[in-house]
Design a protein around this ligand. Sequence first.
Ligand code: ADP
Ligand code: MG
Length: 245
Amino acid sequence: MNLINVVSLSKKYHTPTKEVVALEDITFDIEKNSILGIIGMSGCGKSTLFNIITKLELPTSGYIRENQKLVIGYMMQTDALLPWLTVYENAILGLKLKKMVNKEAIEYVNTLLKKYGLFDFKKEYPSNLSGGMRQRLALIRTLAIKPNILLLDEPFSKLDIDSRIKISDDVYKIIKELNITTVIISHDIMEEITLCDKLMILTPRPGKIKKIITLKKEDKSPSEIRKKNYITKLYDDIWRYMHDE
Ligand code: ADP
Ligand code: MG
């Protein structure tokens, strides 16, 4: 079943000097309980698409059909943790903003903090956490509102390669455990191949759909998939599609 149908989306930005076509005629579905990757080169319109799906921006034309009431959880390119709040206060921030703080919600946040290794750091400040821990905290804050769709925009781009592989495994495990519909936006081919069930490749700007590929992951973790032989050819193919070859 499709949770969302994205139909003929286009987006133009008007600046004082020029018009920028960011997206052109984008149509695709987001299948329930799957992980969809959206990949393309820098500037091709990925964050624009993210902003339209999360309703932070309106499209110039086209529309999004929701086949179920959505509770959207999203993480933008920066982790956006507030440095003057503790780990715990950051974790419940989304709940507070949505006026959803109650005993049950707090218990759920505590469960998430325990499960993902942050409970003992509740009273610390984000500056005392590693990059991976910050990322997990940002994710917990997003999950606290119990979203039924999760959108991540370049979630690991600020991390070094070792942390990125580790957090990919962590995030994959979390998504699988919660069985939550997820969209992961990235320009990193390896990240997308190892995490996603399906990959939508955009052309350089203006972003158009070049290809949608189904990935056969056999439910393996990202670090296991990295070791597979078929990865090299797949990587090359995707690289070419991204460069519109
Ligand atoms: P990506 O996330 O793939 O790197 P973006 O969606 O951020 O790409 O941007 C797509 C294009 O739209 C870029 O050329 C960018 O400069 C332009 N753009 C994005 N936001 C705005 C804006 N608010 N005003 C004008 N141009 C914008
Ligand atoms: Mg972006």
